[in-house]
Ligand binder design. Sequence first.
Ligand SMILES: CC(C)(COP(=O)(O)OP(=O)(O)OC[C@H]1O[C@@H](n2cnc3c(N)ncnc32)[C@H](O)[C@@H]1OP(=O)(O)O)[C@@H](O)C(=O)NCCC(=O)NCCS
Length: 373
Amino acid sequence: MPVARGLEGIVANSSRLSEVIGDKGQLIYAGYDINELAGKVSYEEVVYLLWNNKLPNRRELEDCRDTLRSQRQLPQGVLDFLKSAPKNAGPMDVIRTAVSMLGLYDENLDDSSPERNKDRARSITAKIGVIAAYFHRARQGKELPPVREDLGEAAHFLYLMNGEAPAQEAADTLDVAFVLHADHGTNASTFSARVTIATLSDIYSAITSAIGTLKGPLHGGANEGVIQMLEEIGSEDKVDAYIEDALAQKKKIMGIGHRVYKTLDPRAPHLQKMAMKLSAQLGDPKWINMSERIAKLMKEKKNLNANVDFYSATVYYSLGIPTDLFTPVFAIARCSGWCAHVLEQLEDNRLYRPLSEYVGEPVGKKVVPLDER
Ligand SMILES: CC(C)(COP(=O)(O)OP(=O)(O)OC[C@H]1O[C@@H](n2cnc3c(N)ncnc32)[C@H](O)[C@@H]1OP(=O)(O)O)[C@@H](O)C(=O)NCCC(=O)NCCS
């Protein structure tokens, strides 16, 4: 049987949640093209869409918002952990640990009924942003602002991170970024979540797996790599030489290329537009100019396109989000998608168990006694 390295081209499950059409550069959430949703609906509407297979009416949206907002308070044990975690710990490591800890404070962990799992999905989705922002405050020795119920998910994250409510435009920008990141077919972290829950483990374990998977630089970690690369390059006039050199050394350029999209990543133009607007407002076009040059060179030289992480990096940077919170921001938005996939997997579960091609020594070897080896 031929080996599908990296499971490329393998259809591992059916899903009603999202479709990534690589050759058309199209992303669909439950029947809606991402270009139809972005800018027209809030992140909470997308959460409802993913969890209920339809956009909410006004009352349903209010219920969904109220439920998420009422779930923001963290258990004391998790708060204590966030305050006592090493200040130099990676935020993704802290979030992974804290989400795992939430399971310890679930008094009905043995109850795996669909209703309880939906409650857990709401609880984790509501808390993951609080966890990320609180760790950021705690590592700076700052107080943890009390959670509020009058702000949407994106605005509330910025409020907790900065200790004050954000400007409407900043909240709206992050909200669109959340919409664009909420789901994406069977990407690596979502697959991790589905593999974990398919063993009939619990939802906390599944989301913990997903966070650990998203962390890697070939997946969610790429957005942090983009800013690190821009900082390393330093100025626009050094871009060409940097790319030339990196490609000669067969280094990957972060934020470029995609396993499925071989044309456009449809999320990138939305983030590109936001990055340009924010950079112009800040009067600091350096990052976006450098980014545009990198994207152009990579298209010319390798026929590779910018992906979602490429411009989200400049958007987050312009919003004043520290670089090591870029991947956490991705995790906060994707958490709703992970939960939707976990719930969907449980609706019609089958254990994931692929095969591997054995390339080890031929069978038949005899055990040599320990002292004679
Ligand atoms: C996303 C990614 C992991 C997809 O990987 P993949 O489908 O396994 O593709 P491959 O790594 O096999 O790449 C295929 C070819 O394109 C090249 N390539 C792909 N992405 C590249 C990049 N970012 N920079 C330079 N070359 C790249 C590879 O070197 C390879 O070239 P070759 O055939 O000459 O050896 C890959 O494009 C990548 O590492 N990108 C950077 C990280 C990133 O932005 N990740 C976020 C994804 S949303």
